[in-house]
Design a binder for this molecule. Structure first.
Ligand code: SF4
Ligand code: SF4
Length: 476
């Protein structure tokens, strides 16, 4: 047992992601999962939609009973619908540079990989990439870049964000730029905040310090505590929407589920607001990376349970699944709580615009879902979800605790649904294939009629009429 004390409010990573507490939790869950009365108690608490603790979540991860498993899925599904409705927010990653000084053993961008072509986009190339993304219909991006203090310093990232927001091509515009860059200083987080970013995203990869240090042998990222305390610095720098996540398959998934939730509990306890999103990537093949080297890979079945339990434990948090996952697997996890999807993604530097790269030879990982954005929009419609290009909250100042307070009172869905319908209408007008246009219009007609508030319904209808006449960018 570690001598450090577990302290949810501590500013020290080893105290809020306390190894002893995680191991004790996993041990407790092994026996507690057989205690029927306790499991019933946890399920009853889960039904209330106010979240469950990391210890309770660990028990639900362990439960073997099939009937209980189905109830976990049902609760997760209901909670997602109750808080966010049936909208699924769409986004795409944009890779700026794959130069990297780190040695992460699971990523082909690691510094020692000499076979992968290294690229860094110029501002003109970023402009071309963004136009290509706008022409697909995207409004929300996640910026990705390797860590390289000389080749991609913070000034390069800030300049790139300015470039992205400045581009208006036809009816296109990127309205929210989320940023996934290496852990940095409070001062740099303030600069990102001032540049108008949406969410700052940083995956922990694995919360298990010993495993983390093995997987990150060299480079600044090898400092587990500095990496783990990044969200605290982001919050101190003024960013109140942060996105956490673990790369499942790197280490023991049970440890990482508990770690994610302890991280969320810590942010809530110290700053009064938990993470805005949780991402659940799984390890994928890539240049120089063979997933068989990672024996902790999780099956689809386990993955589904992880998503459902995270949804139950942190009901107000957006949950993100990328194109790392196949169509079939995405369908499985959409059903139990995922609320954001990437679509039409390229994971290489310069992969969207014609003529920047010859082939996807610089991809960070292989994509399982290769469908176009239009195909994904059509598929979501078929499944009964509203594909949403909404970016309203951050633009309306609904971030951090303001957002959480609405979500916790069950009010955010009143904004999500009409915003989803209006941004879908924009997509249908500007980018959709004829088939998707027909299906989308049917959904908009049907769901607009049942918007509960008479006032919101009327304004939505007026805005939909204005969109049909060529006006853009309405939001609640
Ligand atoms: Fe670099 Fe990030 Fe890849 Fe690590 S995961 S090698 S930090 S790009
Ligand atoms: Fe997301 Fe807010 Fe839009 Fe809902 S209204 S989809 S929470 S940005």
């Amino acid at each position: 047992m570690s001598e450090l004390k577990y302290d949810v409010r501590s500013e020290h990573a080893e105290e809020f992601i306390h190894d002893g507490e995680i191991r004790a939790t996993l041990e407790y869950a092994q026996s507690a999962c057989n205690d029927k009365a306790l499991v019933e108690e946890i399920l009853a608490k889960a039904e209330l939609g106010k979240g469950i603790s990391h210890r309770e979540a660990a028990v639900l991860i362990e439960v073997k009973d099939k009937e209980i498993e189905e109830r976990i899925y049902t609760i997760a599904r209901r909670l997602k619908e109750k808080i966010y409705g049936n909208r699924i927010v769409m986004f795409a990653p944009l890779y700026l540079s794959n130069h990297c000084v780190n040695g992460c053993v699971y990523c082909p961008y690691h510094a020692k990989n000499k076979t992968i072509p290294r690229r860094k986009l110029t501002q003109e190339e970023i402009r071309r990439e963004v136009i290509a993304l706008q022409d697909m219909g995207h409004k929300r991006l996640a910026l990705e870049t390797g860590e390289h203090p000389k080749l991609s310093p913070i000034e390069y990232v800030l300049e790139s964000i300015d470039t992205i927001y400045s581009i208006h091509h036809k009816n296109g515009a990127i309205r929210r730029v989320n940023v996934n860059i290496a852990a940095t200083t409070v001062e740099n987080y303030t600069r990102l905040k001032d540049a108008g970013i949406g969410t700052y995203i940083l995956f922990e990869e694995t919360y298990d310090k010993a495993a983390y240090e093995r997987l990150h042998p060299t480079g600044p990222k090898s400092d587990w505590a500095y990496h783990t305390e990044a969200m605290d610095r982001a919050m101190l720098g003024g960013i109140d929407d942060v996105g956490v996540g673990a790369l499942f398959g790197l280490s023991n998934y049970r440890y990482d589920v508990v770690g994610i939730l302890m991280h969320a509990e810590h942010l809530e306890a110290r700053f009064g607001v938990g993470p805005h999103t949780i991402s659940v990537p799984r390890i994928r093949p890539a240049d120089d990376i063979d997933p068989r080297d990672f024996p902790d890979a999780v099956t689809d079945e386990v993955f589904r349970r992880i998503v459902a339990v995270l949804r139950i434990a942190a009901p107000y948090t957006g949950m993100i699944v990328s194109t790392r996952e196949s169509k079939a697997c995405r369908e499985l996890v959409l059903d139990v709580g995922v609320s954001q999807l990437s679509g039409g993604s390229k994971t290489s530097v310069g992969g969207y615009a014609e003529g920047i790269v010859d082939a996807e030879d610089s991809a960070q990982f292989d994509i399982s879902d290769n469908r176009t954005l239009d195909e994904i929009v059509g598929w979501l419609l078929e499944l009964g979800y509203i594909p949403s290009f909404c970016t309203a909250c951050y633009r309306e100042g609904r971030t951090g605790d303001r957002f959480m307070s609405l979500a916790k009172r069950g009010l955010i869905g009143n904004c999500c649904a009409p915003n989803a319908l209006m941004t879908l209408a924009e997509y249908l007008e500007d980018y959709a294939s004829p088939r998707v246009k027909i299906e989308g219009a049917k959904m908009i007609d049907r769901l607009t009629q049942i918007i509960p508030s008479e006032k919101v319904r009327r304004i939505t209808m007026e805005n939909l009429a204005a969109i049909a006449e060529g006006k853009r960018d309405f939001r609640f």
